[in-house]
Ligand binder design. Structure first.
Ligand SMILES: Nc1ncnc2c1ncn2[C@@H]1O[C@H](COP(=O)(O)OP(=O)(O)OP(=O)(O)O)[C@@H](O)[C@H]1O
Ligand SMILES: [Mg+2]
Length: 396
């Protein structure tokens, strides 16, 4: 028997560390991506073969393409690298009877309506919501829930398509404009507050590693207003950290996650309540993994690759983790490859090397120091680097 084979599908350029981890473990690695991404700097040394399709969103095309490859290759695992590929990977696994997350579970990690309904049914607090489908239900909801309301696509990312309404007639106008696509949307109460996230590793239904962070500004403001993305470790051992980790664990259980990584978001409401916002079964975007690695020593991409290969069939151990505090700033930049030498604090652990972006990761035992550093970097980035592009978040 030859080496086992993992097929990775990705509709976005990311995840070289995932590919490298599989290759280093002695697996054969096949990458399937979109034609338009073939020129990206994928680590070809880590891939035995690379294939491309015009799109990875057309179910039949992808099934035909991947099963054609499987005529002459034994495929043992299928893994997604991007959020948009999580459901397609599940579809392929079920179609080809390959172990790993199946379609039902994958929907809880992609479809915001599925997430809301399951949480609501299981007593996890979520913003009041309604499917943008039935006229009577929508009207009953709008009678009951005060504005502002958000309308958002069930399965998009990067705040794409999210709109805020104070006025009922204006919201209805948009619903009418959506026509037969309205069932792909949901409406929910806008809950003012801070947005936090937990990035974690689970095996066999147990959360083995989880890190809580807080975005310095809610992502909707960053995406819509243009600006600096920043996030930092929540005070270790504090009440907020405990509450976030507990809600994360609970939601992973309700969604039926077995093995994998999660990126989960929460709103710490100004009303004092914690709300589940959304979750994904992949490594968090915008270089959050660099922050996690800098503060703990754990590389989420590598651990995710090991879990996807293992699927509970072979031993998996989470590496021991440090518990530093850290912060990350990332922004679109006027310079293609910016010179960041003006930032010279000893706490800088990483300068993010990403075209058209400026990004820094800082690490310190003190949360206050991290906050002070980020607060001092933001105006400097604003002045010397920041490029503005509406509806263009830093990176996935
Ligand atoms: N109900 C809500 N109340 C208040 N703010 C919200 C709510 N829903 C979304 N937001 C804001 O919009 C942002 C994006 O929302 P959400 O995470 O649901 O969408 P997304 O498209 O998956 O975005 P992303 O990929 O940036 O996480 C949140 O980070 C938050 O700032
Ligand atoms: Mg989100």
């Amino acid at each position: 028997m030859g080496a086992p084979t993992i097929l990775c599908i990705s509709s976005y350029y990311k995840g070289n560390q995932f590919l490298e981890t599989c290759k280093a473990a002695g697996w054969r690695v096949i990458l399937v991506t979109r034609e338009s991404l073939l020129g990206e700097p994928w680590n070809r040394q880590a891939c035995d073969e690379v294939f491309a399709l015009p799109t990875l969103f057309e179910r039949d095309m992808v099934i035909r393409g991947v099963t054609y490859l499987a005529r002459s290759r034994q495929i043992d695992r299928i893994a997604p690298l991007d959020d948009y590929d999580v459901e397609m990977a599940a579809t392929l696994r079920e179609h080809m009877r390959i172990p790993g997350m199946g379609e039902t579970t994958s929907h809880y990690f992609r479809d915001k309506l599925a997430m809301r309904e399951r949480c609501h049914a299981r007593g996890v607090k979520v913003p009041d919501f309604v499917h943008a489908l039935n006229d009577e239900r929508i009207n009953e909801y709008l009678d009951r829930i005060p504005p502002p309301w958000l309308i958002k696509p069930r399965s998009a990312a990067n705040s794409f398509g999210i709109k805020k309404f104070h006025d009922r007639a204006a919201l209805w106008k948009l619903i009418e404009e959506l026509g037969d696509d309205r069932s792909k949307w949901l409406i929910e109460r806008f809950v003012p507050g801070d947005v936090c996230h937990v990035d974690a590793i689970s095996q066999d239904g147990r959360v083995l590693f989880a890190q809580a962070h807080q975005y310095r500004r809610p992502l909707m403001d960053v995406a819509k207003g243009g600006g600096i993305f920043a996030t930092a470790t929540v005070e270790r051992g504090g009440t907020l950290e405990k509450e976030l980790l507990a809600m994360h664990r609970e939601v992973c259980g309700h969604f039926g996650l077995r093995h994998g990584v999660t990126h989960m978001e929460f709103i710490c409401g100004q009303d004092g309540h914690l709300y589940f916002l959304e979750t994904a079964a992949r490594v968090g975007g915008a270089h959050i993994y660099d922050l996690v690695e800098a503060t703990t020593g754990v590389c989420l991409w590598a651990e995710w690759a090991k879990l996807e290969m293992s699927q509970g069939e072979t031993d998996y151990q989470v590496p021991p983790a440090r518990k530093d505090h850290g912060g990350l700033v990332l922004a679109l930049c006027r310079q293609t490859h910016p010179d960041t030498a003006q930032f010279d604090d000893p706490e800088i652990r990483k300068r993010i090397d990403l075209k058209d972006h400026v990004g820094l990761v800082v690490v310190s035992p003190s949360r206050e120091r991290v906050d002070a550093l980020l607060a001092s970097y933001e105006p400097r980035i604003q002045k010397d680097y920041l490029a503005f592009m509406p509806e263009a978040p830093p990176s996935r």
